[in-house]
Design a protein around this ligand. Structure first.
Ligand code: FES
Ligand SMILES: [Fe+2]
Length: 376
């Protein structure tokens, strides 16, 4: 008698709360591209709580070694799943009542006498696709069997053995668009950065061209000053700078002085309205010697120190920029990369919203993905 009663309750709970979904969107303002979620050099066996576009998510490795990312909110009574643990079967167990979830699906209540040891239920959380590449875990905002975003972007330097790199990450309490636009802004360099050329701040020539459907590059030609790394290392009369964007949040600043190349590559994770994690990597084809590793390590230290002080100089100015007035009506030709980036972002967000609207027309249960997001 008690068993049939409990079985009935279990069945009702399995069928009434959540349904299988084939699409899911983290946030309607996310672009249909892979975003950087975390570096994989940290303690990857742990459960991680991550926040993306204001939405609380949990990230963990299941029994097959696959990274699973879904909402951090338990579909039973709302406990934070990231405070739970991964058991011997690779299932995520909620800390409140111990319910188990197999890759997002409710699959066990921790009392074997009350029912089968495992079951397949319709109670599922939307699981967002992940990709691991070159030490970084990426997250797609769209969970779909039919739509897949393009591969995560890496600059060519990543695969070129003549380059050596240092990398790091910085938390910035500013909106992600402001952070990206600052990285695509060559004009502030002479004023904000100690290595900038205040004597001749403007480039001799400037040329923008698209490099793909979701990317573009501006090429600047400068005269180096006596204090720039380019001049000290390269001893050249001309410096070329490539400033590029690749959706969703990747930027490149490639400084070319003769044979010497220094490339700053960044990607940003929008954490919430006013918080961004900036992942950066600085590549160089100089200050390295295979026979004297200490020489290369000193080069690493110098580049890392320079990058950190550069970011600090940016933070000092960005904290005094009004986010809602970034797109002022005074525009110059030097702002072209930012303009093109904004246009591409708007197009991509419209595409994403179309996909969301089409999905929600056919099944308004997709709205499940929006319960705990902030508006951007
Ligand atoms: S709140 Fe998670 S099992 Fe009850
Ligand atoms: Fe800067």
């Amino acid at each position: 008698m008690w068993w049939s009663h409990n079985r009935k309750r279990l069945w009702m709970m399995m069928t009434t709360t959540f349904w299988i979904v084939s699409h899911g969107f983290l946030h309607p303002r996310m672009m249909p591209h892979y975003y950087p979620l975390m570096e994989l050099n940290q303690d990857i066996e742990k459960i991680h709580k991550v926040k993306v576009m204001g939405k609380n998510m949990v990230c963990y490795k299941n029994g097959n070694g696959t990274y699973i990312v879904h909402t951090d909110v338990c579909p039973h009574q709302g406990a934070s799943l990231s405070k739970g643990w991964i058991n011997e079967y690779g299932n995520l167990q909620c800390p409140y009542h111990g319910f188990e979830f197999c890759s997002g699906m409710f699959c066990k209540i921790p009392n074997p006498e009350l029912g089968p040891p495992h079951f397949r239920s319709k109670i599922r959380m939307t699981v967002y696709p992940t990709r691991q590449e070159n030490g970084m875990l990426f997250l797609s905002p769209i969970s779909s069997q039919t739509l897949s975003p393009p591969d995560p972007f890496f600059p060519p330097e990543e695969y070129d053995e003549s380059f050596r790199a240092v990398s790091g990450s910085t938390i910035i309490h500013r909106p992600y668009m402001m952070v990206c636009e600052n990285l695509l802004d060559m004009l502030h360099i002479s004023y904000v950065h100690s290595f900038g050329n205040a004597v001749s701040p403007l480039p001799h020539s400037i040329r923008y061209f698209p490099t793909g459907n979701v990317s573009g590059r501006t090429e600047f030609h400068y005269k180096p000053n006596d204090f720039t790394i380019s001049n000290r290392i390269g001893k050249v009369s001309k410096v070329i700078v490539h400033n590029e964007y690749h959706l969703p949040t990747n930027t490149i600043t490639r400084v070319i002085a003769g044979d010497v190349i220094k490339t700053v590559f960044t990607r940003s994770l929008p954490v919430h309205k006013n918080k961004t994690i900036l992942y950066w990597k600085v590549y160089r084809n100089f200050w390295q010697d295979p026979y004297f590793p200490w020489f290369s390590r000193i080069g690493d230290w110098l580049l890392e120190t320079l990058m950190k002080s550069t970011i600090q100089e940016d933070l000092d100015i960005l904290k005094n920029v009004y986010p809602e007035f970034r797109e002022g009506r005074l525009k110059t030709k030097y702002d072209v990369t930012i303009q093109k980036f904004r246009e591409s972002v708007r197009d991509a967000i419209l595409t994403s919203q179309d996909m969301y609207n089409n999905a929600s027309h056919t099944d308004n249960r997709y709205l499940e993905a929006f319960h705990d997001v902030e508006s951007f």
